[in-house]
Design a protein around this ligand. Structure first.
Ligand code: UDX
Length: 430
């Protein structure tokens, strides 16, 4: 059992803190927000992550997990301090490291003599060394070491991904630091890749850029399938049996969103530009992703042209993907905003984030019932792949709609069934 500090109680920090406590360590999780800490002390997690509330409650009840206000509290008496802070996009794709550096400055003077400061936030190549310089400048004990330990958590699946990762990546200059850090994960069955900080940071960016590239690749193929009369789902199925390709991350949609892939692809392009290196595959990934949202808007507008002027659009799903409450960089919201900007009336339903989305988009009419959203609508746009959408009563939806047209951006629904019910069905790539 080791005393671990975690700075930042967001998606990554709360998950890391609760999971390390679950693994038997003593964890202090600190955040700058008194409100957030107050909620977490009551076991209220505030984000939609299955099984995270259970682990937080387990940690609180066992006494192995405590929540404190202020980064220093995560550094006092702890052997490891994980920095899990936001690293948002800045201008031109650069990454804003101010929160990371501020935390390093705050904890430097109170670190244990041989503490390990671990950068878990997604941070550009060179960030870990920057944290080292900040700590040195702020009087951290000379025995303190730093390491990069990037997270590979998928929102909505973060606990599973933390406790059962495909790999653990550690980037540090001192072999003994790598050994100590690896020891923290002794209860986690996964291969450990030990390298230098820059390479560890690059693993994270290159992985996310590759994943984003797969999404844009299959979206581009889907668009071609539409033009030549092929079905992209069968194409992806046929591709996926090749073990070098696999079937994951080959589902076409409205484009990738969320707080990671868009930010990380932009950051990698910025890193490349700073280094004077071209990165055409990532440039194409981003270009296809931007265009994909526009293509969905064009499909919806074309369907509206086949309806009485002023007909409303029903939108199902506003978050960046299903099984999350995260609206950050959501393609669904981008599409809804583009429609609103053209004067289109949009009535939206989202299973978990409708009210928050309504607050973000004053012009957006949000309802708590998916059928209400369809009342009088000329187009139903399915924008996220919530399983519950699949089982709604589409005969009732057809009756409610002024014109039964559906733009299924996730290929969630069955085209023959929808067409038998009288819908004009459009998917993506089929
Ligand atoms: C991603 C990476 O998967 C994860 O490893 C990393 O740590 C953080 O970024 P996340 O952003 O939570 O995780 O979501 P993910 O499930 O990867 O989806 C990202 C976006 O791609 C979503 O908008 C999703 O809808 C889209 N997507 C994903 C597709 O359009 N098609 C796919 O086949 C897969």
């Amino acid at each position: 059992m080791t005393r671990i500090g975690v700075v930042g109680a967001g998606y990554v920090g709360t998950t890391a803190a609760a999971c390390f406590a679950h693994l038997g360590h003593d964890v202090v999780c600190a955040d700058v927000s008194e409100d957030r800490i107050r909620e977490l002390r009551k076991g209220e997690v505030g984000i939609l992550e299955r099984s995270l509330p259970v682990l937080v409650t387990e940690g609180l009840e066992s006494g192995r997990l405590v929540f404190e206000v202020g980064a220093r509290r995560a550094a006092e008496g702890t052997a490891f301090v994980f920095l899990c802070l936001p690293t948002p996009s800045a201008d031109g794709g650069a990454v804003d490291l101010s929160a990371l550096e501020a935390a390093a400055r705050e904890i430097g003077p109170v670190l244990e003599p041989d503490a390990v400061v671990v950068v878990k936030s997604t941070a550009p190549v060179g960030a870990t060394r920057r944290v080292r310089r900040v700590l040195d400048a702020d009087g951290a004990p000379p025995g303190v070491s730093v390491a990069s330990n990037p997270e590979f958590l998928r929102e909505g699946n973060s606990v599973e991904d933390f406790l059962h990762p495909d790999r653990i990546v550690i980037g540090c200059d001192e072999p003994e630091t790598a050994v100590r850090l690896t020891g923290l994960y002794s209860g986690v069955p996964a291969p450990v890749v030990v390298t230098d900080p820059a390479s560890a940071e690059m693993v994270k960016y290159a992985s996310n850029a590759y994943l984003a590239g797969r999404v844009s690749f299959i979206n581009a193929v889907a668009n071609l399938c539409e033009a030549v009369g092929a079905d992209v789902r069968d194409v992806a199925l046929g591709m996926g049996y090749d073990p070098r390709i696999g079937s994951d991350f080959l589902h076409p949609g409205p484009g990738f969103g969320g707080s990671c892939l868009p930010k990380d692809t932009a950051a990698l392009l910025h890193i490349a530009a700073e280094a004077g290196v071209d990165l055409p595959p990532v440039e194409a990934t981003v270009a296809v992703n931007t265009r994909q949202r526009e293509r969905v808007v064009e499909k919806i507008l074309a369907a509206l042209d086949r309806a009485p002027p002023g007909s409303p659009v029903a939108a199902w799903g506003l978050t960046f993907k299903a099984n999350t409450d995260d609206l950050r960089d959501s393609p669904a919201l981008d599409i809804v905003r583009a429609l609103l900007a053209r004067g289109v009336t949009v009535r939206a339903f989202d299973p978990v984030a409708g009210e928050r989305a309504g607050g973000l988009e004053p012009g957006l009419d949000v309802t708590v019932d998916p059928y209400d959203a369809c009342d009088g609508a000329a187009v139903l746009a399915v924008l996220t792949e919530w399983e519950q959408f699949r089982w709604l009563d589409f005969a009732r939806v057809a009756e409610l709609m002024a014109v039964p047209q559906v733009v299924d951006t996730r290929n969630l629904l069955d085209p023959p069934t929808m067409r038998r019910l009288g819908f004009d069905y459009q998917g993506v790539g089929r």
